[in-house]
Design a protein around this ligand. Structure first.
Ligand code: ATP
Ligand code: MG
Length: 171
């Protein structure tokens, strides 16, 4: 199964982002991500054998669960994947620590992990046809992160469908 670790918003937050950011996204075209899909990926695992689930759950159990709050202040267009995402001005140290701890744990357990620098983002739209400069979001979007989640992704006719398999509450 296709798995990833993510910071996972509660349903109300997903709706607030989806509806609140709609005016920025409407003029850009592309394919809006449904509210239920909004999340911030920490580590993408790809295809994982079912019998490795217990290792991933243990890894999650070992993560630091300090409170984490993020402040998204702009939208970015990423040309190569053709997406528009919600971005923080910087990566706050507790987030860098969490992503680093997860990456190291996965690495040590023999999971293939992303080598690229971690760029926290929430994908809002894909297949966006025309590029744009980075766009400030006002008012900024403050988020008290409720949980880290292990999520399964399944390709469906209308796009990817996610199912949260396990959550670790923060704070
Ligand atoms: P779709 O691929 O159908 O457009 P998706 O990218 O949201 O949808 P997945 O490909 O299953 O669905 O990805 C799940 C999450 O992991 C998404 O946040 C995606 O951006 C991220 N992701 C996917 N592939 C990678 C990768 N190679 N490196 C880092 N993150 C990835
Ligand atoms: Mg994908």
């Amino acid at each position: 199964m296709r798995l990833f670790f993510a910071l996972w918003p509660d349903t109300q937050t997903q709706h607030a982002w989806h509806d609140g950011l709609a005016p920025y996204l409407a003029p850009l075209g592309g394919r809006r991500m449904p509210s239920a899909n909004l999340h911030l990926t920490l580590a993408f695992l790809g295809d994982v054998r079912g019998d490795r689930m217990s290792e991933l759950l243990r890894l999650g159990d070992d993560l630091a669960t300090d409170a984490l709050s993020l402040r998204f202040d702009h939208l970015e267009y990423w040309k190569k994947p053709g997406l528009v995402c919600l971005r923080t001005a910087d990566t706050p140290p507790p987030l860098a620590r969490l992503a680093g701890q997860l990456g190291t744990g996965l690495d040590m357990a023999g999971f293939a992990v992303e080598r690229r620098q971690f760029k926290p983002h929430v994908t809002l739209a894909r297949d966006v046809p025309v590029g744009m400069a980075s766009l400030p979001v006002w008012p900024v979007v403050e988020w008290q992160v409720p949980a880290v989640a292990l999520v399964r992704s399944r390709l469906a006719a209308g796009g990817s469908e996610y199912a949260v398999l396990h959550e670790w509450r923060l704070g």
